[in-house]
Write a protein that binds this ligand. Sequence first.
Ligand code: SAM
Length: 289
Amino acid sequence: MNPKKSLFENFGKIYQRADKPRPSMYKRDLPWNGPAFSERILSEHLDESHGAASRVTSERGIQLDWLWQKLALFKNAHLFDVTCGPGLYAIKFAKRGCRVIGVDFNAAAIAYAKDLALSERVASKCTFIEQDVRQLNYDGENFDAAILLYGQLDSFARQEAETLLQQIAYALKPGGKLCIEILNQAEVDKTDSTWWFTDDQGLWADDPFLHLGERFWYEDEQMSVERYYIVHLETGEMDEVFMCTQTYSVEDITEMMQAAGFSSVQAYPAWDGLPLYDATEWMVYVAEK
Ligand SMILES: C[S@@+](CC[C@H](N)C(=O)[O-])C[C@H]1O[C@@H](n2cnc3c(N)ncnc32)[C@H](O)[C@@H]1O
């Protein structure tokens, strides 16, 4: 289609968008496993100038020491990295002697993790699986520990999160430990906002684009929904992307973890005081089966 006509039509769609539709109407998350997006987000995971997709190496090192201790890891421990991304944690744990299974549905990230395991000479200790973690079906009592880091649990609908926690509990040995990192509900921005920016290329597109963003806070559900329109300026085409973030109080997530099969749950606000640039935004929980 003629780019100008396409732009005109797409701005009309933006004008007619739903004002503040119910969260259940949205697709919930970024297109992590979309072919082009998955390649672009992989670059963000590996970009050491920011920690937006994965934390930078120096911060990961600090977390690894903490996790090693809190999860009582040991040489040959069997570790489950749920939403492992490009395997940046998994491979470091493998280098410390763990046997690791990492699962993620971003094909580009999984391919990267497999290559990294080879180049770091830990391929025999690592298995990376491209799979949607909402369809986990692992044997029971297999892992000594599991990690689910950097807020991914918040992106799932509450019921999906409950099921995922149950699946992880099932996969752990008795006494096995899980560490999850979710947003600190008290620190989350609870206002509505809008923004825009342009770029020649980046996370949202490989071509010049206009990004229009809106954020809604839903007090009853204690969740936010962000809606992005990506307008491709050369073709006039447009993408609509949503990102939902469910937040949990300490009591709420503790109950969910107990209902999933964990006997004890310990909360660590602000990453237990570790020097991470955004530590105060996070709550970390270590639960024991
Ligand atoms: C913020 S990144 C964190 C990656 C990794 N844990 C880290 O900290 O480096 C979230 C990851 O979750 C993955 N992900 C999101 N939804 C998923 C799903 N339903 N199944 C599997 N992986 C998923 C994404 O592909 C992405 O790699």
